[in-house]
Ligand binder design. Structure first.
Ligand code: HSE
Length: 367
């Protein structure tokens, strides 16, 4: 079956293609590659045999030939092209990494380890739009899967530590150039306070590179992600609750999710400090065992310093599908409240992997 790929050169698209190659997914489909800027160009694609003539990603009739389209091109592209395709009667499956369609009633937010039944229901009932969720939401749900599936959670507070990759490739590059500028401005062997003064003055200077991050990210944190909803919440924080509930679906009580989303200077690994209240006090070891055994990717990290430094390492988790969960403890003031800290790769389980798996599910259904 033919599958059209749009936005496959971007970060999420590249990670998706890499995972698809690793998993042998291209043996199950015939890829057609689209481009918004290089239509008609002949292109070889790493790991794939032969060459491909790129098709025009804004030519509706060309796109409409495909039974399945997967877009990592971004929200603006989805806004114009998806609607236009539906208006000319295209009835194919649309899979998308961007947030544009997520909250539409006729779209399913895909995270199959959590909502495989919802995806199966959608396919049987003619749902055609399958959208990847927000990265922190997908990572949080996978991390807490063990207690979510038992229906134990009353509320969650998620304080995020979000990587530059969530703001795009340019943000990652800018972070590195900020780091470089700061490092260049220091003089080796000078006292730490002199170094800090020099570095701070570089950070505050007019030519400090911050077109993308707007304020310094290297050497700092940015406690606002995405737009301002005007009610004290950022759009990223709003997504944390609404998307989690959309993924969990129709069969559970609404989950209360609150938190503050913060950009930090990691490159592609998101972290989340979680506080959650369960419906009663459970034995801490039982909670740990539930978390640890929930799915193939989550791993419980012992709550001691040595295990934490080794297991909750952004450098080690980056580029992997692992979702370590550690710092698990019970509040002494209320034994039904627990804390945990989790990490996950923003581009893999945070973006490309749920889509890759959803594509496999759609393909198996459509064949
Ligand atoms: N909105 C996320 C972030 C990335 O800014 O980190 C996309 O899920």
């Amino acid at each position: 079956m033919k599958v059209g790929f749009v936005g496959w050169r971007g970060m999420v698209g590249s990670v998706l293609l890499q995972r698809m190659r690793e998993c042998g997914d291209f043996e199950l489909l015939e890829p057609v590659f689209f481009s918004t800027s290089q239509a008609s160009k002949t292109q070889t694609i790493e790991g794939l045999d032969g060459s491909f003539v790129l098709k025009d990603a804004v030519h509706l009739e060309g796109l409409a030939q495909l039974p399945i389209i997967l877009s990592c091109q971004g929200g603006e592209y989805t806004k114009t092209v998806h609607r236009a395709l539906r208006e000319i009667g295209w009835d194919g499956y649309w899979l998308d990494a961007s947030s544009t369609l997520r909250m539409q009633g006729n779209a399913i937010v895909v995270l199959d380890p959590i909502n495989q039944d919802r995806i199966a229901w959608g396919l049987k009932n003619g749902v055609k739009d399958y959208i990847g969720g927000n990265c922190t939401v997908s990572l949080m749900l996978l991390a807490l899967h063990g207690i979510l599936k038992e229906g134990l959670i009353d509320w969650i507070s998620s304080m995020t530590y979000q990587a530059a990759s969530g703001a795009g490739a340019q943000a990652m590059k800018e972070l590195l150039s900020q780091m470089g500028k700061l490092s260049e401005s220091a003089i080796s062997d000078e006292p730490a306070l002199d170094m800090e003064r020099r570095v701070r003055s570089t950070m505050l200077s007019n030519d400090f590179p911050q077109n993308v991050t707007q304020v310094p990210l290297a050497g700092g944190v940015i406690p606002w992600i995405d737009s301002d909803l005007g009610n004290g919440r950022s759009r990223e924080e709003w997504k944390g609750e609404v998307e989690a509930n959309k993924i969990l679906g129709w069969k559970t009580e609404p989950l209360k999710v609150e938190g503050i989303c913060v950009r930090v200077g990691t490159f592609r690994c998101h972290g989340q400090a979680l506080i959650f209240k369960l419906n009663k006090a459970y034995d801490l070891q039982d909670v740990g065992a539930m978390l640890d055994s929930a799915n193939d990717w989550v791993q419980l990290v012992n709550n001691d310093k040595e295990s934490t430094l080794a297991g909750l390492s952004t450098a080690k988790v980056s580029g992997s599908l692992n979702i370590p969960v550690g710092r698990l403890r019970q509040f002494s003031s209320d034994k039904s409240i627990y804390s945990a800290f989790t990490l996950g790769d923003q581009l893999l389980w945070g973006a490309a992997e749920p889509l890759r798996r959803a594509l496999g599910i759609v393909l198996r259904y459509a064949k």
